[in-house]
Structure formats: C-alpha cells, structure tokens
Design a protein around this ligand. Structure first.
Ligand SMILES: [Zn+2]
Length: 441
C-alpha cells in the first residue's frame, strides 16, 4: 500500500466536522494548517462529544508515533485519562478507519496479554533542508529521524541574493524529484539556516531578507507544504535532544563548533528560542579579544576567536611568524581550509594541536560563565571540531575551571556529539515532527 498521509486525512476530517475545509490559495491553506494546533485545542473540539473524540484519536496516533512502537488499550487509558470502554471504542474506530492495526501482544505478569496497536501502513516524512555558508543539504527523514534520502551540494556559497535563493529552490526541487518520495507523504519542510532567524514567523534576518514575505512563507508557497524554519544550531540542538546525548537532559548547552560558533540552550527540557529567535548568541558575547572587530559591528565577540575562521587566521599568522607545520599553504594561491588544520591536528601536527587547544581553552572559559548563569547538567560539543575530542577535552575543562563557580561546574558533564555531520539536517526535519507532536523530546 502506498504511503498515505493519514495525518492530514484526520485533520481534514476534523475540519469537516467543523464545517471548515481547507480552501483558498496554497499560502492561505498553509496558514490554516499552521493554525491546526490551536484548532485541536480550541473550545469547539473540546466542547462537543464528537470533537473530543477526534482529539482523543489524534492523541493516540501522536502517542504511538512518539513511543516508536505500539500501545495497548490500558496504556491509552492511562495516557489520555479515559475509561476502558472509551479506550476500546476509540481503538475500534481507529482500526475501522484503517489507521491502526494489531502488531503483537504484550507480556504481563498476570498472564493477560492485551493487544498492542501500531500505526497501519503509515509513515510520516519530513523534507529536511540545511543551508550553511558553503554547503546545502537536502534529506527525507522519517519520524525516528532516520535519513531515507540525502544529497549534499558543496560547490555552494550562501549569499543574500535572489540568484542564490533560486539555486536553493532548484536544488530542493531536484532532490524531491530524485528521492522517489511522493510529495503528498511529506508532512512538512524543516529548514535550518545559518544566521539570525525568527522561528515563530519564519523570517531569516541575515539571508533572503530582500523579499516582502518571510523565507518560510515563500518556501511553503513554492512547495505547497508547511515550512518550519530555525537557525542551524538550534536544529542541531533539537536533534541532540531527541536522539543524541541530551536525550535525558533537562538543562544542557549544545555547542556547534565548525566554521562559526553556534549555541543551542535547553532549559527545563525545552529548546530556548527567545522572543525573536535570537537566544544563544554566545559567539557575539564579549569574551573575545577586544582588538578584533566583528561583522556585527562590535569588537571582542567570542566567535572571532573560536571557530574555523579563527583557526585559519591564527594558523596563517603563526606561519608568517616562522612556525613550522605539516600543513603547507597551497601554491595556487588558495587559502588553507580549517578542516585541513583539524585533520593535521589529528595527525599529530604540533602547531595545529596548539591552536585547537587555544580555541578549546577560550571556549571553556566563556562557557564557564554560562555554567554559573544557567547551572546546566550537560555541555555537548558538536560540529566539525567534535572529532578532536582527545585534544579539546583538557583545555575546555581547564577553561571551564578558570571561570565557573565550582559547585555548578562539579554537576556539569562535558560530552562530545556523536551525531556526525548530518545532525543538523536531522534536526531540521525534527522541527516538522516536533510541531505536530509526533516525536517526543
Ligand atoms: Zn559580533
């Protein structure tokens, strides 16, 4: 059976019930869909029997999707706080509607073995897009954040121009066509983009700010799906929260250390966005060298000392002062890439090791202040630098000790991400499942 977008089917049923079907242009439809969540919780659905039943059915589907396996009637009754007869009635109706099927029986101590119900031939897909300074990635992700299809373009440069936007649009379309996934099985598009982003409105302030409409709305009009936009590091943080090391953490700081420095904050089990989506700008906090001017117009921003750009700069500086290294400046005039320096450090190149350690100390020193401020239980270091765990861990901890209060520091672990290069892409797809509450974080 072809993958059906039964979730929408259910939503349409709810809409019918409300005598309000999705209608109008694609962008109008989008707005209606985006309001769905409020609709599910509206007084209308709560105040009629049939409306309440619809909501309960939806919650059963969400609960099965969230736990990744099936659910029994007693578990449904507990989760929804409903009586056994109501639980049985809902499950029977969902089975008749073709949404659920029996996937097994649960072992119990008293010998009764209740049926386990799972979703019937249903898969949710998210179209996932990660737009970084020098590469763009597109994937199709399932609700367990497995990547079913994936392509990356590295001959790409992010620019705030209509031409760059057109190339992104063409690449997404090409990937969608090549993926073999039917568009109607795609629940939505999650986009992680570098720079300043307002996740609530879908606005990107750094890139593609020349249009009348927000980037998220523009993409949803083009691809006719709901689009959820967030900063690339916040997407990465969400992936850590759902499938990574922050899975069981209520208070964590997730660092994305690659070309730039990004930070995602998890407080009380939630990713913090801030009122406009700007929370977590550790890279623009004044922990850096005062003589260095930042693109934001200030001097002393940490991001100018910590990250791939900073590593390239200090490497060139040291070479010009006469230091030796295994890494040679290319004769064709091309500049050295920071990933080559990271690789050299892993190969034992002393200069590269020293510079990476300097960055580790500065990062740790800045983070120590955040540890005193927020009292997190965990710091996760991700991004391209995370492969250098053995080299970084010592200096990061020394940096932390140099600035943090000792009590909160003693209760804060430092871990390195194991999500790899595709963590951000998975997190972008997770924005979609998170919105529809099909994933537990
Ligand atoms: Zn700055």
């Amino acid at each position: 059976m072809a993958v059906c977008n039964f979730f929408y089917k259910l939503v349409v049923e709810i809409k019918k019930h409300a005598s309000r079907q999705l209608e109008g242009s694609s962008s109008q439809k989008l707005k209606q869909i985006l309001k769905m969540k409020a609709f599910f919780n509206s007084d209308f659905t709560k105040n009629t029997n049939e409306g309440r039943l619809m909501q309960q059915k939806l919650r059963i589907i969400q609960a099965i999707s969230q736990n990744g396996h099936g659910i029994t009637v007693p578990e449904i009754c507990e989760e929804l706080q409903i009586s056994a007869p109501t639980g049985i009635k809902l499950v029977n109706q969902l089975q008749e509607d073709g949404f659920l099927r029996i996937v097994g029986k649960k072992e119990t101590v008293n010998g009764r073995r209740p049926n386990i119900y799972g979703l019937n031939n249903v898969e949710f897909h998210a179209l996932s897009v990660e737009i970084l300074l020098k590469r763009i990635s597109v994937g199709i992700i399932d609700s367990n954040l497995n990547i079913l299809y994936y392509r990356q373009k590295t001959d790409f440069e992010l620019k705030n121009t209509p031409e760059c936007l057109a190339s992104i649009r063409a690449f997404i379309l090409e990937c969608l066509q090549n993926s073999g996934i039917t568009e109607d099985s795609v629940l939505g598009m999650g986009v992680g983009i570098t720079g300043q982003v307002n996740n609530a409105t879908g606005e990107s302030f750094t890139y593609f700010n020349f249009m009348d409409q927000p980037l998220g709305e523009y993409l949803s009009t083009i691809f006719d799906v709901p689009v959820f936009l967030n900063n690339d590091t916040r997407c990465f943080g969400l992936a850590e929260k759902i499938i990574g090391k922050a899975k069981d953490a209520n208070h964590a700081i997730v660092i994305n250390l690659s070309r730039g420095l990004g930070t995602s904050l998890i407080i009380d089990n939630k990713i913090v966005n801030g009122v406009m989506g700007f929370a977590g700008e550790l890279g623009h906090m004044q922990f850096g060298r005062k003589e260095k001017m930042c693109l934001c117009g200030k001097s002393g921003c940490l991001g100018n000392d910590v990250g791939g750009y900073a590593l390239e700069e200090s490497f060139i500086e040291k070479l010009s002062e006469g230091a030796g290294s295994l890494v040679k400046i290319p004769e064709d005039g091309k500049s050295i890439r920071y990933d080559e320096i990271l690789q050299a450090a892993m190969n034992g190149d002393n200069l590269s090791i020293k510079l990476v350690q300097d960055i580790g100390f500065k990062l740790g020193n800045a983070l120590g202040n955040i540890v005193s401020l927020l009292n997190p239980e965990l710091i996760i270091i991700g991004g391209k630098f995370s492969r250098l765990k053995e080299i970084l861990i010592g200096p990061v901890k020394t940096g932390l000790t140099s600035s943090a209060l000792i009590n909160p520091l003693n209760h804060c672990k430092v871990e390195f991400s194991e999500l790899g290069d595709l963590g951000g892409l998975k997190g972008a797809g997770a924005l979609v499942f998170d919105y529809f509450e099909l994933i537990r974080n």
